[in-house]
Design a protein around this ligand. Structure first.
Ligand code: DC
Length: 242
């Protein structure tokens, strides 16, 4: 059996590959939608936010107070991070240890915007994401995926949803029950603050298809994106030289 390499895959590398880029604000459902779209299309899923989170978790490990973090400190802490293949996706591992549980914690969520604003860290994440995508059909999600990381993506989607609805979805997932209006109101306030902190990084590409998911189910939004991606791949195969 061939051992999994950092960016290796049992899938065939392709000379010409398709990139579907999904952007949107916090809790717009980017990552879960990207995951399902990738599964439906048998593409790889790359969650770039998970790489920012991994860099944040690794820096927390250094025990330095977040106010003192600089690009150089974060990059030094993140040097032991690798993206390891897991199924049709990737997971960050730190010194060989999977980071999935650490990167979803509240302390990481509270500090990740600070790390995501650091220009040198953004370059480092973008390199990792591009290397993981190289030669494969991918669905990649994140704030600047369609503008900076893959400006030539074959299909760009920008997901939006009303902040109350995003807060409601996030809480339902976190609490595994129906949240009260008071709980949603508190979460909405936090989301609006986070949108403001991440505003610089959240850019809608001019050629992105805007999908407002406020009144769509997860299945409906996935179906729309799959249909758009299939139209793009059909057009690419119609126009490619035989
Ligand atoms: O999508 P998320 O909550 O996992 O993203 C974590 C943080 O990383 C959030 O502050 C937005 C930021 N991010 C970014 O600036 N650019 C990306 N391509 C992906 C995420």
């Amino acid at each position: 059996m061939t051992p999994p390499s950092e960016h290796g895959s049992a899938r065939q590398r392709r000379a010409s590959s398709i990139v579907v880029a999904i952007d949107g604000p916090a809790a717009s459902g980017k990552s879960s939608t990207a995951h399902w779209v990738a599964e439906r299309l048998s593409y790889r899923h790359i969650d770039s936010g998970a790489v920012y989170r991994a860099a944040t978790a690794a820096t927390m490990h250094s025990q330095r107070s977040p106010e003192w973090w600089t690009d150089a400190i974060v990059l030094a802490s993140a040097a032991s991070i690798a993206l390891r293949e897991r199924g049709d996706s990737f997971e960050p591992v730190f010194a060989g240890v999977p980071m999935e549980d650490m990167i979803r914690g509240l302390d990481v969520t509270q500090n990740v915007s600070r790390v995501a604003r650091m220009p040198a860290v953004r370059l480092w994440v973008n390199d990792k994401v591009r290397a993981a995508a190289d030669g494969f059909d991918v669905v990649a999600d994140g704030r600047d995926i369609g503008t900076v990381v893959f400006p030539d993506a074959d299909l760009k989607i920008f997901l939006v949803a009303d902040s109350w609805e995003r807060a409601r979805r996030r809480l339902t997932q976190r609490l595994s029950r129906r949240p009260t209006d008071a709980e949603i109101a508190v979460e909405t306030e936090l989301l609006v603050q986070r949108d403001a902190r991440d505003a610089m990084q959240t850019m809608q590409a001019k050629d992105a298809v805007l999908i407002d998911t406020t009144y769509l189910t997860q299945e409906e939004q996935v179906e729309r994106i799959v249909a758009l991606a299939q139209a793009v791949t059909q057009r690419a195969s119609d126009t490619s030289p035989r």
